[in-house]
Design a protein around this ligand. Sequence first.
Ligand code: PSV
Ligand code: MN
Ligand code: MN
Length: 389
Amino acid sequence: MTDLRSSALAALAEQTVELPSWAFGNSGTRFKVFGQPGVARDPFEKLEDAAQVHRYTGAAPRVSLHIPWDLVDDYGKLAAHARDLGVEIGAINSNLFQDDEYRLGSLTSADPATRRRAVEHHAQCIEVMRQTGSTDLKIWLPDGTNYPGQDDLRARQDRLADSLQQVYAMLDPEQRVLLEYKFFEPYFYAMDIPDWGTSLVHCLALGDQATVVLDTGHHAPGTNIEFIVMQLLRVGRLGAFDFNSRNYADDDLIVGSADPFQLFRIMNEIVAADALRPESGVNFMLDQCHNIEPKIPGQIRSVMNVQEATAKALLVDRDALREAQLSGDVLGAHGVLMDAYSTDVRPLLAELRESEGLDPDPYAAYARSGHQERIARERVGGRQAGWGA
Ligand code: PSV
Ligand code: MN
Ligand code: MN
């Protein structure tokens, strides 16, 4: 146990979680966007808020941007601002879901001019990557159809493969594409990348610099997500997570809130495959919105939830588990997993933080800092998440 504890502490010290810039803007549902006092008004302030999360957790040193939500004149300046704050720019997300021209598709469109425009948007994103030092281009394809017969499903895949090939050809050697899937929404008959299999098929055709993003909210209820994690790790194509929590659909709630046991099972597969190490190439990102709760504390809570699930996964007694599995001890094997899951890891994480010179309770430390009251006083006119530039 002491060995497990100390190796868990060492692994946790290396773990990082990437924060989404859009978590720091006002957000809501299609019914209502709620404004909050002190919310970030531009990408520079979003980075300042993200840096607060890193300051108190010590585990969130990167911030994903969404283009054009995070449009600025000078990305070099934005990256320098991030560095001054002790964080860096992470994945660059393209946006193919807010233009009238993409009503019938973007990278899959039957219109070559529309496809060209969608490909060119990725050239712009890759340029942002060069200026910010980002190495991950994240593509979520919102394309799909609403009615059987609306378009030729196979022709759409062929056009998609061709468009992705053009985007891929623009990458620098150290850059990679992260291809996200989603089984429904904004279209409701057939999404063009509905599942991990479709994403993987395209990644395999593209080459080694293409990997799959698994957004935990993008599956049908009851899907065994940890199985997908295991399989993508097995073939070396799990590029990243978009972590969030869901009860019904793509709810984008705080990771680990609806089903902490699922998060543990996911992290268990990560630990079992030794994929927690930064060199494994798996980028642990959040993709969440904080519609009714305050943003910075919401992100702090999220990072803590990921750390707790990870700590429990690190405490699984792998030797005992293997032995029970190989001897066909069904309940013994299950029991090993549940023992780890039932462990209260908060003291372990408090110890980790103290050893790093941090407050053992990041959430309380931020609340005491007075930062939230300061931004509420000083920042007037926060905008909706997204169009913050
Ligand atoms: C789509 O639902 C998605 O998960 C993609 O990752 C987008 O980039 C993100 O949400 C925007 O919030
Ligand atoms: Mn996502
Ligand atoms: Mn989503």
